[in-house]
Design a protein around this ligand. Structure first.
Ligand code: ARG
Length: 458
């Protein structure tokens, strides 16, 4: 029955079942119902303001859409794949409920500007919710940084012990990453929050529409400048998923660290039991599932980004049905990143730090060797020579199975007559960390200053 379709007038046979199943999108775009209904109500109100629809029609449309919204929210709405997408499901239900006025809703509009509007509203909402959770995560990192400002751990390069750092400094390094993610999301929001309604199918519409007022009604910051671009552009979705992908890459890097740190070989931290699972065969196991899954799910989100980029690369202007394929990667990326940020915001405050183990790892890793070289430089030696001398000290300490701070003074003096009793201040990890006392450095005083700045910025 071709005439059952809202667009069926010119068709002489009905869509094949296979094509219907292949081309429907309501099975996944139904989740845009809130945005779709908000957009339709705003469009109807505008048509009323400019005199295209009567006040009675606008009221009937808005009330009808409200009843549909409450049915959907209550789970009482029957979605029909024969009606293709979220738009036509809602529009058909509206006409069933209110009659003629329902058929007037689509005046001066196309599904092309309608879907572009829905997806923009969706991305805006997604960004707002995600930023709220990023802020929660950021606060958790600041709190942990303050609590562990004096905790010393090895800093790594090449995953080899390099120099001692404050655990709090490490947490604030993580925070810097997600602050950039937040900024990228807020920047993407600016370009997402522009209203394409009025672009209609591709060329605009003949009705005396007031685009600015619909945009304001929906909380958009402005209107799109070109109808052809407006119906085809999905940059805003790509930007969101890009920012989400990079955020996931950051969480994946944290995950890798937490997975290592929570092994008995490192033993720096304990993940709360409620974030872990056991093994069905090995009774001693406590597996770091959440970090592992976050690391694994990073693949999905970066894959979603690739899907969207490839989706757009061959499309001529203006709208093409290809664009329907933007939904699943967008939703998947959003669901995944939201879950991961939310879980990390819960996990970080529950992280138990094993302070002694962290400190011991820094001490045993000869992490103050650079401090000894810097000490010799202060005594007048050229840095390259000092580096060589300290290499010899480390070799001997390794031979003797001693930490640097446990080397006897006379043994050290055999390497350089310049070495005096005060050398032990720099050989101790506390001295090493405290000495890096400048903006951006790891001294606990700097960590506390950074914490204070973070708190003041909120
Ligand atoms: N389901 C479509 C999408 O997601 C809606 C727009 C369809 N427009 C059209 N002319 N077929 O892009």
């Amino acid at each position: 029955m071709s005439n059952a379709k809202l667009w069926g007038g010119r068709f002489s046979e009905s869509t094949s079942e296979a094509v219907e199943a292949f081309s429907e999108s309501v099975s996944f775009d139904a989740r845009l119902w809130r945005q779709d209904i908000a957009g339709s109500k705003a469009h109807a109100r505008m048509l009323g303001r400019v005199g295209v629809l009567s006040g009675a029609d606008v009221t009937a449309i808005c009330e009808g859409l409200d009843t549909i919204a409450s049915d959907i929210a209550a789970g009482d709405f029957v979605w029909d794949t024969a009606l293709e997408d979220v738009h036509m499901n809602i529009e058909s239900a509206l006409t069933e409920r209110i009659g003629e006025a329902g058929k007037r809703l689509h005046t001066g509009r196309s599904r092309n500007d309608q879907i572009a509007t829905d997806v923009r509203l969706y991305v805006r909402d997604a960004i707002d919710a995600l930023v709220t959770d990023i802020d929660r995560l950021s606060t958790a990192l600041v709190d942990l940084a303050e609590a562990e400002a004096d905790t010393i751990m090895p800093g790594f390069t090449h995953l080899q012990v390099a120099q001692p750092v404050s655990f709090g400094h490490h947490m604030l390094a993580w925070r810097e990453q997600i602050l950039r993610d937040r900024a990228r999301l807020m920047d993407a929001r600016k370009r997402a929050n522009i209203c394409p309604l009025g672009s209609a199918a591709l060329a605009g519409t003949v009705y005396p529409i007031d685009r600015e007022s619909v945009a304001a009604d929906l909380g958009f910051d402005g209107i799109t400048a070109n109808s052809l671009d407006a119906v085809s552009d999905r940059d805003f979705a790509i930007e969101f998923v890009h920012a989400a992908g990079l955020l996931m890459v950051h969480l994946s890097r944290w995950s890798e660290e937490l997975i290592l740190w929570s092994t008995p070989m490192f033993g720096f931290v304990q993940l709360p039991d409620r974030f872990c699972t056991g093994s069905s065969i090995m009774p001693q196991k406590k597996n770091p599932d959440v970090p592992e899954l976050v690391r694994g799910k990073t693949a999905r989100v970066t894959g979603d980004l690739m899907s969207l980029l490839m989706l757009m690369k061959g499309q001529p202007l203006a709208y093409n049905r290809d664009n329907q394929e933007d939904k699943e990667p967008l939703f998947d990326a959003h669901d995944t990143v939201a879950a991961c940020v939310g879980l990390y915001a819960d996990l970080i405050p529950a992280l138990a730090v094993n302070r002694e183990t962290c400190r011991r790892a820094a001490v045993e890793g000869y992490s103050t060797a650079t401090d000894l070289a810097d000490y010799l430089v202060r005594k007048g030696m050229a840095f390259r020579d000092a580096h060589h001398v300290v290499g010899g000290v480390v070799a001997q300490a390794l031979d003797e199975g001693r930490e640097l701070a446990a080397m006897p003074l006379d043994a050290l003096q055999a390497f350089s007559a310049e070495i005096e009793d005060d050398v032990f201040d720099v050989l101790r990890v506390e001295g090493s960390v405290a000495a890096r006392d400048h903006a951006g450095g790891t001294a606990p005083a700097q960590v506390r200053a950074a914490v204070a700045r973070a708190r003041a910025a909120n």
